[in-house]
Design a protein around this ligand. Structure first.
Ligand SMILES: Nc1ncnc2c1ncn2[C@@H]1O[C@H](COP(=O)(O)OP(=O)(O)OP(=O)(O)O)[C@@H](O)[C@H]1O
Length: 953
């Protein structure tokens, strides 16, 4: 099948990615709805607040037309608590002139004759001079609304003065005018009592009336946009945060779940990836901005009605666009999608603070330097709030004209302004490009989910632009110092088949021989994860380099399934990651269908011909099985007309037709694995990597997937890793076992079993009614095995006895078993079974040897508890262990035991038991002898000697 390339592939990928974004938004309806329509709720909220404020204002006299003012005849001195802002305890008034008896009497009369409410003594404070009152005011602010100052000039003249706070005070829609609330009542009272005192008639009185002007409502009408202008900037910012956080979350999720990496492995163009997000978010932003302006107009806000529609719409649209750029840039620094909301909230808080500053016109005034304005404007919420300021100012009832800003007026700077709406547009577009460019840069230099990044000056290298040189990527964060990576020491393989393969590959590589039957040729592939030194604030964290793969040499033929086995941490996944370009190699190379994995051109060719089923399912929870296959098929470049039928066939093959339209998030583990296998097989790839494809599957499904894999072998090479020996046995044409980063053996299943298995396993069964047990009557049978084959039973019970017969006895087996069969009744045998060792045994043997190899270097010991009660320290993986101190005349070299090993749940080697004690043969070489027998705290503990018994047996 011809896959699409170049521009047609770019277009196809872009369409598929846009469709994916559409589906994700559609399936995440609640979030998308909020993104698009939250403006309605914000506008409704502002409208409601404004309406209630307006209603309370209209209830106050200030906002009413006074056509027929009422006269007030009596204005008593009010209690000080009536003052809007009074600090308690307070005084109704204070006075000075208390050295005059006459004045004191006048004040007493003012208090006693206050209409409707005689003033008690504790509500009045007296002083000698006005200066003393001023001094008292300084230390008692807001404790009194007014003061009277009396001077008795002579017997017929008493002068007085009044002090009140002259500012008008507003409280909950009411207005308190100090003149009429406090000044006039004090004046009336003072004049009344002075007159009575001078005239000498305590009943003297006169008529008084006070009437305010008939007037229209103060300010004409309530400013309808006051609520919007106050709260709008914050609300609009909060509204734009929905899109910001959702965008950030989507990008980080794709990175965190390695979905982005999976698409890259499938060959997605970075340009298509970014453009798809940009177009989709741009569309959502366009619609949400449009709705915001329409809702604003619907609620009849002057701001939306008087300013030009296009002017407002563009401000919201460009602001949200520049926030998309900022979200793209920040996404590179976040590795967990759960952090997106936190980052969004942080950006909102910062924006809120800077917006408040911008509302005060800082730094957009002539007194501020241009540099400060430029720096300030790089943060989009700042220019946005300046734009809102200008537009609110243009429609405020307090501004002359208040007719808003038309399209043609956008270029005009308003009086005292240093920036016009048009310049704000330019800033928003500029900052979008600035943040977007930074996003692309950060995307390349910040390590991806596999810890891989480009050099910080990658864009300065011509090879980046021409794509001709190596696929140069680095590992580790940009803040960590990576030490020099030590070379992997070349070790000649112990296994003759591995050595033969290495020599062959080297010869082919040197001679430039390209065998047409070879799909993958691996040349000394090595991978070392660099040790890093992270400089924290308090300490330095250092990790040593780790050699995960230490030089692999092998050929993988076309039409062959190569099965890579190995314990946890053997380096299987790392090998696959290197071959698929996810991780850069440290040494060596691999040629896949003639393309080097070290070249970026080679890698992009390789991506077109491989399929990968990663170890962990990389799927979108919200997309269904069918969506995944359509998306990856499009990314691969399959002709659009064929995608539907190919997806249907693959779904049928993996038995997911019924679940094709169900979201992958609700699939079982096995269903997800099957979908991952199907994704790997899309587009008929020439090389398929299957990393533990059947993990988590039930036995029936597993067999079915084996059938699929078996069928897919035709015409392609498959590299499969697994922990299931049965799977390897059934599927693997060739099996390689890796341990500790090295290939330990390779060959067909039979070859491995015969070379690395302990030999032939014979199980002899006894009839059920045999009542004298395995004791005495089994002795002749044991003797028969011992005499002919020199083997003892490894397991025995009433029902059966198992013997392991070494390979070197193979020639004797025909005669031996013929005689055994003839003497069945003599030995009381009911059945005899003979088989080769299992692959599991081979695997354990190889893993054990690898453990022993590193344990002897690193000194990793475990304790073996012998049945005799002795504890022996032995290296992990040691099979035959001699016990020091057991030497005597009968056993000149002492005794030894065979240690049985198995893997625990985490894949580590642990002791499962040991054999009977036996004599160490004279000719058995010592493989490893510990340097000291004395261990910690002076306590004597025995350290076992590792005997190479296998070499003589
Ligand atoms: N990014 C990394 N940095 C440092 N060490 C790593 C990194 N990735 C893997 N390793 C180490 O490399 C070794 C090989 O890992 P790898 O995943 O290839 O093993 P594996 O054979 O696939 O094991 P499993 O069967 O558990 O998947 C392990 O010891 C692992 O801890």
């Amino acid at each position: 099948m011809t896959l699409r390339e170049g521009l047609p592939l770019f277009r196809q990928q872009l369409t598929a990615l846009l469709r994916k974004n559409l589906l994700l938004s559609w399936r995440n309806k609640r979030a998308t709805f909020l993104h698009l329509f939250s403006s309605f709720f914000f506008i409704l909220l502002i409208f409601s607040i404004e309406q209630s404020t307006k209603a309370s204002k209209l209830a106050s006299a200030q906002y009413k037309n006074i056509t027929d003012p009422k006269a007030v005849a009596s204005l008593p001195i009010p209690p000080c608590e009536d003052k809007f802002y009074a600090i308690l305890p307070c005084f109704d008034f204070v006075w000075s002139g208390n050295q005059s008896r006459r004045v004191t009497n006048i004040v007493s009369a003012i208090m006693a004759n206050n209409p409707g409410r005689p003033i008690p003594n504790n509500k009045v404070q007296s002083f000698g001079k006005p200066e003393e009152v001023d001094a008292w005011f300084m230390s008692h602010p807001l404790q009194v609304p007014g003061a009277l100052h009396f001077v008795e000039k002579n017997a017929t003249v008493i002068s007085y003065g009044i002090q009140t706070n002259s500012s008008l005070e507003d409280k909950r829609g009411g207005v308190q005018d100090p003149t009429f609330s406090f000044l006039v009542p004090l004046q009336i009272a003072a004049e009344r009592e002075i007159a009575r005192s001078l005239i000498g008639d305590p009943k003297f009185s006169w008529g008084f009336g006070f009437k305010e002007f008939a007037r229209p409502a103060i300010g004409g009408r309530v400013d309808e946009s006051s609520g919007l202008s106050l709260m709008g900037p914050v609300f609009f910012l909060a509204f734009s945060m929905f899109g910001f956080v959702l965008q950030l979350g989507s990008l980080v999720t794709e990175k965190e779940l390695k979905l982005r990496e999976a698409m890259t492995t499938m060959g997605v163009y970075d340009s298509a990836y970014w453009l798809s997000w940009l177009l989709w978010e741009g569309l959502l932003t366009f619609v949400s901005s449009l709705f915001l302006v329409l809702f604003g107009m619907m609620f009849q806000f002057d701001f939306f009605l008087k300013n030009s529609f296009v002017v407002i719409f563009l401000l919201f649209l460009l602001f949200q666009f520049s926030m998309i750029g900022l979200a793209f840039a920040l996404s590179s620094f976040i590795s967990k999608s759960s952090s997106a909301t936190t980052v969004g909230f942080l950006v909102f808080m910062i924006s809120f603070i800077t917006q408040t500053v911008t509302t005060l016109d800082i730094p957009y005034t002539k007194s501020q330097s241009i540099a400060r304005r430029v720096v300030w404007s790089f943060f989009p919420p700042n220019t946005f709030s300046k734009g809102l300021n200008i537009l609110f100012g243009a429609t405020s009832t307090s501004s002359p004209g208040n007719s808003g800003i038309s399209w043609s007026e956008r270029v005009i700077r308003q009086t005292d302004d240093v920036i016009s709406i048009n310049e704000i547009y330019i800033w928003l577009v500029g900052t979008f490009f600035f943040w977007f460019a930074l996003a692309l840069y950060f995307d390349n230099i910040i390590p991806n989910a596999s810890g891989v990044r480009k050099s910080i000056f990658y864009f300065l290298k011509p090879s980046y632009w021409t794509g001709k040189e190596g696929n140069k990527v680095k590992e580790g964060s940009i803040c960590s110092c990576i030490g020099s990576v030590p070379r992997v020491e070349h070790v000649t393989p112990e296994d003759e088949d591995v050595l033969k393969e290495e020599i062959l590959v080297k010869q082919q590589a040197m001679g430039g021989v390209v065998d047409p039957n070879i799909a993958v040729q691996i040349h000394g592939l090595a991978k070392t994860y660099p040790g890093t030194t992270k400089l924290g604030c308090c300490k330095r964290k250092k990790t040593a380099p780790f050699h995960a793969v230490k030089g692999l040499w092998m050929n993988i033929a076309k039409d062959q399934l190569f099965c890579l086995l190995g314990p946890n941490g053997a380096g299987k996944t790392t090998t696959i990651s290197c071959l698929t370009g996810i991780n850069p190699v440290t040494g060596g190379d691999a040629i896949i269908y003639g393309n080097s994995i070290r070249s970026s051109v080679g890698m992009s060719n390789i991506r077109k011909m491989i399929g990968v089923c990663p170890q962990f399912d990389i799927l979108w929870d919200a997309l269904c099985g069918e969506d995944h296959l359509h998306l990856f098929a499009s990314i691969k470049g399959l002709p659009p007309a064929s995608i539907k039928s190919i997806a249907e066939k693959l779904l049928a093959d993996i038995r997911l037709t019924g679940a094709a339209k169900i979201r992958a998030g609700s699939y079982s583990g096995g269903m997800k694995r099957r979908l991952s296998v199907a994704i790997a097989l899309i587009g008929d790839p020439k090389l398929v990597f299957l990393d533990e494809p059947t993990t988590g599957m039930d036995p029936i499904t597993r067999r079915h997937v084996w059938d699929i894999i078996q069928e897919s072998k035709k015409g392609r090479a498959i590299i499969l890793t697994t922990h299931s020996m049965e799977e390897a046995d059934i599927l693997g044409d060739r099996i390689g076992i890796m341990a500790k980063g090295r290939l330990r053996c390779m060959g067909t299943s039979i070859r491995l079993k015969s070379r690395f298995g302990t030999g032939f396993i014979t199980t002899v069964s006894f009839p059920e009614n045999k009542n004298d047990g395995a004791g005495t009557s089994s002795e002749p049978l044991k003797r028969f095995f011992k005499e002919h084959l020199k083997v003892e039973p490894t397991e025995e019970s009433k029902a059966f006895m198992t013997f392991v017969i070494p390979h070197d006895k193979e020639k004797l087996l025909t005669g031996f078993f013929a005689e055994l069969q003839d003497r069945e009744s003599e030995f009381g045998i009911s059945d005899i079974q003979l088989g080769l060792a299992t692959l599991e045994e081979v695997f354990l043997n190889i893993a054990r040897r690898a453990e022993l190899e590193s344990a002897t270097v690193e000194g990793t010991m475990v304790t073996l508890e012998l049945e005799s009660g002795i504890s022996v320290e032995i290296p992990v993986g040691a099979r035959f262990v001699g016990i020091p101190g057991t030497e005597n005349a009968e056993n000149p070299r002492g005794i030894m035991v065979e240690v049985y090993w198995q893997q625990d749940g985490s894949g580590s080697m642990c002791i499962s038991g040991h054999s009977h004690e036996m004599q160490i043969p004279e000719n058995a070489p010592v493989l490893y002898e510990p340097s000291s027998q004395v261990l910690g705290h002076g306590q004597r503990r025995v350290r076992g000697i590792v005997i190479d018994y296998e070499s003589i047996n």
